[in-house]
Design a protein around this ligand. Structure first.
Ligand SMILES: C[S@@+](CC[C@H](N)C(=O)[O-])C[C@H]1O[C@@H](n2cnc3c(N)ncnc32)[C@H](O)[C@@H]1O
Length: 256
């Protein structure tokens, strides 16, 4: 992903930021960017949950050393970003035929936002047992508060390495916010390819802060539908569809 744009690239980035954040938030974003400050986050207060904060992978109770070394630490997606992604990726889809899956769901913030849409199922996949517990508590709290908007009650957290997760037999909207790197990303991409070619289901992938997207570009079967580069790469995202004709023979490294 290019992050030294020329002036027309800069204009596109500002326009994308405006599309994702709106006028006033864009102004705030630019100021915060120039001051290297973090934005205010009121998600937890609004929904009575605990999803904020940053946790390094080394503090997340992850037993598998290799997976831990390839894991990116926990940071939640900004609410405005996940809402923008859902709004732009679910248009014209019959969501009752789709499962929303956040690979590396952390404390479950995106699951809460996705449960506000009529998905068949909402699933978080998370390597850290500590984050899984928090995510489950957050989901319970969110779903049990009758004031909260809920269109999908079929929400669960699977505490496994995303590379070992077995996808449900439905169309998929996969979400990832730079969860893991290198061989694990490759393994997941290969699993999705295989799933798509065997089941024929649609496999859509929204990849936020797409640090490994070159792998998707080089992989036959993944087609980029759109991308939004915004002022901070952390909030940029690209949208892909997997259209595999047959499982690839790409040798997967055993190293995870
Ligand atoms: C940047 S956070 C994103 C959290 C959440 N998706 C969100 O957007 O709010 C990345 C998460 O991926 C998890 N993760 C890293 N490697 C993983 C793996 N191999 N399988 C499942 N989860 C993983 C981390 O523990 C962390 O919680």
């Amino acid at each position: 992903m290019q992050y030294n744009p020329d002036s027309s690239g800069k204009f596109t980035i500002v326009m994308n930021t405006y599309r994702v954040f709106g006028f006033w938030e864009t102004i705030k974003e630019v100021i915060l960017y120039l001051l290297s400050q973090k934005p205010h986050d009121d998600f937890d207060k609004k929904y009575g949950v605990v999803t904020s904060g940053v946790t390094e992978s080394s503090d997340a109770g992850i037993a598998d050393e290799t997976a831990r070394s390839l894991a990116v630490g926990y940071v939640p997606t900004r609410e405005v970003v996940i809402r923008h992604i859902l709004q732009n990726t679910t248009r014209n889809l019959d969501l009752q035929e789709y499962s929303f899956i956040d690979l590396g769901c952390g404390k479950g913030r995106t699951l809460i936002v996705a449960a506000q849409q009529p998905f068949e199922e909402v699933i978080g996949v998370e390597l850290s047992p500590l984050h899984c517990k928090v995510a489950e508590t957050n989901i319970d709290r969110y779903l049990s508060n009758t004031q909260n908007p809920v269109l999908c009650r079929n929400v669960r957290v699977s505490c496994v390495n995303a590379a070992d997760f077995v996808f449900p037999d439905t169309n998929l909207l996969i979400y990832m916010y730079r969860p893991f790197l290198g061989p694990i990303f490759k393994h997941v991409a290969e699993n999705l390819r295989r799933f798509q070619s065997v089941t024929g289901h649609r496999v859509l992938i929204a990849y936020s802060c797409p640090v490994e997207e070159l792998m998707l570009e080089e992989y036959p079967g993944f087609v980029k539908r759109t991308e939004y580069q915004v002022i901070s790469m952390d909030y940029s995202w690209s949208f892909w569809e997997c259209q595999a004709k047959e499982p690839s023979v790409l040798a997967l490294t055993e190293h995870r």
